[in-house]
Write a protein that binds this ligand. Structure first.
Ligand code: GDP
Length: 439
């Protein structure tokens, strides 16, 4: 996410960080480079100029030049300004009402349907009852897509494939939600490839008819300045409550995230970072600013883990680790839980300093595939007692999993080392050494 911008900002600030004494000239040059980094990332020129002017004023105000750690102080100022630029405080969505109605708008392909599914799943995890509504009357495939997502996340989907009146469908869905006691209705609407009058009129009519508690505008962050322009047009017609930025897992340059708040004066409320239903985060401007500056985002990482990890399963596996009984079935289960947290590269990027290191590495969730295939090719007994896996078993496993003996050997070796490590920690813990070491 925002790797290029991160890289350029860090380069710009590095000179200041490395110097004990800095001069006005250094600061001016750094500020100019920060501005260039922002415009290169597709941030609107005026927005970039305003923020860098403010950074300069603050730097003078707080006497960066004569401070003990000029570089650190400067980074802090940039972090504060980026946070402010992206909206300051995080803004939640309004789910009050009986039912609360959330209207989803945006261009076709922006990720509306995917987001509707994710939002339903997110709200369901909070213990709310949700009804998803397929109000796209032009593309029958869109109804099917929402049905598939609904099934995946365990949320009912309302649709009327024969009805060509989006307003009616939305109204009927709300009546249905009332009857069945659903507290939140999410209406996924039709989008067009470009802004178009018929579409705008339709969504305006839907909005008027159902008076949503929350109207969210979904936009593809990869479209840069276009995203900002589309947001402006939609906002003029719909006066939406918040923005959802999608596809931030791609090589978005960041411009949209950084300019939208200033241009339309509406907060970004969610960001979507992948096709999986779990790849949704509430947008926190301060955490995003830290990520952009390569400072990581450990809080979001922990939150993702909490969402994805099944507590009972974690307890069970922990108990097995403590008894030195951790086996390949447990390993597979852990792997699946990690995968549920979303894109691995994205997760690693949340660790401070890691983003830069893994920038050019090709890591994706498919990297786990050979490991999963190898474990799946083992018999239950082999998974519990890998020590019985001899040469001929290895051959069978390699053939069954479409890998080779070396890959099987590697996995067995790594697994063995992992178990040894767990054993060591258990003994240390028993003797109280671990606590001592931790301290
Ligand atoms: P809609 O036409 O606005 O409903 O868009 P869709 O929800 O059908 O999404 C269009 C395409 O973008 C689909 O292939 C989605 O899987 C993909 N997509 C949606 N959100 C994300 C995201 O956050 N990251 C990535 N990489 N792909 C996404």
């Amino acid at each position: 996410m925002f790797e290029n911008l991160q890289d350029k900002l860090n380069k710009a600030i590095k000179t200041l960080k490395g110097q004990g004494r800095i001069t006005e000239i250094n600061v001016a040059a750094t500020i100019k480079e920060v501005r260039r980094a922002l415009t290169d990332a597709d941030v609107n020129y005026k927005v970039a100029k305003d923020i860098t002017d403010r950074i300069r004023d603050k730097a003078i105000d707080r006497k960066v030049l004569i401070s003990v750690e000029p570089g650190q102080l400067f980074v802090k100022i940039v972090q504060e300004e980026l946070t402010e630029l992206m909206g300051g405080e995080a803004q939640g969505i309004n789910v009050k009402g009986d039912p609360a109605v959330i209207l989803i708008a945006g261009l076709q392909g922006s990720g509306k349907t995917t987001f509707s599914g994710k939002l339903a799943s997110y709200l369901k995890r909070q213990g709310r009852t949700v009804l998803l509504v397929a109000a796209d009357i032009y593309r029958p495939a869109a109804i099917d897509q929402l049905k598939v997502l609904g099934e995946q996340v365990g949320v009912e989907v309302y649709s009327e494939p024969e009805n060509k009146n989006a307003v009616q469908i939305a109204q009927n869905a709300i009546t249905q939600a009332r009857k069945t006691g659903k507290k939140i209705v999410i209406v996924d609407t039709a989008g067009r490839l470009a802004v178009d009058e018929v579409m705008m009129k339709e969504i305006e009519a839907v909005k008027r008819a159902i008076t949503p508690t929350e109207t969210l505008f979904v936009v593809d962050s990869m479209t840069g300045q276009d995203a900002v322009n589309t947001a402006k047009t939609f906002n003029e017609r719909l006066d939406f409550d918040g923005v959802v930025l999608t596809k931030l897992d791609g090589d978005a340059r960041g411009g949209a995230a950084l300019s939208i708040k200033t241009v339309v004066n509406k907060p970004i409320k969610f960001i979507s970072t992948g096709e999986k239903m779990e790849a949704l985060d509430v947008f926190y401007p301060d955490r995003m600013a830290s990520r952009i500056l390569g400072m990581g985002d450990v809080i979001s990482l922990v939150e993702r883990a909490q969402q994805a990890f099944d507590e009972e399963e974690s307890k069970r596996i922990n108990a097995k680790m403590r008894k030195n009984q951790f086996d390949f079935d447990d390993f597979l289960s852990q792997l699946q839980q990690i995968k549920k947290m979303g894109n691995v590269k994205d997760l690693l990027g949340m660790i401070p300093g890691m983003g830069k290191m893994i920038k050019d590495l090709d890591i994706d969730n498919d990297s786990f595939k050979p490991i999963e295939a190898i474990i799946s090719s083992m018999t239950p007994k082999e998974r519990q007692r890998p020590d019985i896996i001899d040469g001929s078993r290895k051959k069978r496993i390699a053939a069954g999993s479409g890998t080779n003996i070396q890959q099987v050997n590697n996995l067995l070796k790594q697994f063995d080392e992992m178990r040894k490590m767990m054993k060591k920690m258990n003994t240390m813990q028993a003797s109280g050494k671990l606590n001592k070491m931790m301290r």
